[in-house]
Ligand binder design. Sequence first.
Ligand code: F6P
Length: 343
Amino acid sequence: MSERKKRIGILTAGGDCPGLNAAIRGVGKTAIVEYGMEVIGFRSGYSGLIHNDYIELHESQLSGILTLGGTILGTSREKPYKLVDNNGQANEKPDSILQNYEQLGLDALICIGGNGTMKTANMLAKQGLNIIGMPKTIDNDVWGTDVTFGFDSAVYIATEAIDRLHTTANSHQRVMIIEVMGHNAGWLALYAGSAGGGDIVLLPEIPYNIHSVVKKVEQRYEDHKPYSIVVVAEGIEHPKKMSAASYIADAISSYTGLETRETVLGYIQRGGSPTPADRILATRYGFFAAECIVNKQFGTMVAVKDNKLVAVPLDEVGGKTRLVCPDNPLIEIARKMGVSFGE
Ligand code: F6P
């Protein structure tokens, strides 16, 4: 008697990023071509799992999506375990998930997302589902891995923006402040700031002093560099009623009298086609996630450590954030080359 085909599910949750389709393709093609599995994709993250909203993924649907931005499955920030006011009614979402997983005859579920997604994935694993997590986010802040896909693409986009700001800053002799995403982590600001040659880089992990920032701008002016590029992470301390970029721009212009302009890069950082590095990383993760299913390494997240693929327990990942260490080698290098971190 022939063995029943294995059936697996995939979902993408949280904020989107470049490389999600490359990851779906990586899992799906490996599962179908190499292991003869059936693959389904849940729509809109955990929401599709709650409401049994899914599509069958055949190999033909996985062709031509490697280079596509966004996610063919859609995404949402649905958190099925979050206690909300249900007018006194119990939260039935976790039960619906268990029921759908059983009824669909799933052997495993791959949850692609960031820290929030991994937290939920861990809870599902604790409920007895066969879960594999896969880390993605432009923020690069998932605990347990050296790198997430989406990050390289966002660094590329932010660096290009900084390059363009350089020429206009120089022409007009202005102080340009560019705000990049990253949530509470400064990875994007550090990498794009370094690649784009920012003069001042402000990270949430290094408390800044506005007087040091001003001093650096004035110093550059005195050194006949009448323009400056200030790269700020969205997560730095600032009044919440305004953007971090506006706050820093206002402070610099009021202390120095110099002309400032701010740019909040926003969702451009999350859109569009992944870089080659992200396509490769997402493909490696996708392949490895399918291998983890075959090897029954459930309750884990696929990760990269020292450029090697490994499976780390979801229990160690859920609920944590990987921040930039103030002694990161890139910070040390930048400091010695005259970059200010506002200390
Ligand atoms: O987590 C990725 C991220 O892009 C953060 O950098 C940013 O703070 C956040 O998502 C924005 O999320 P939303 O899509 O909910 O506006």
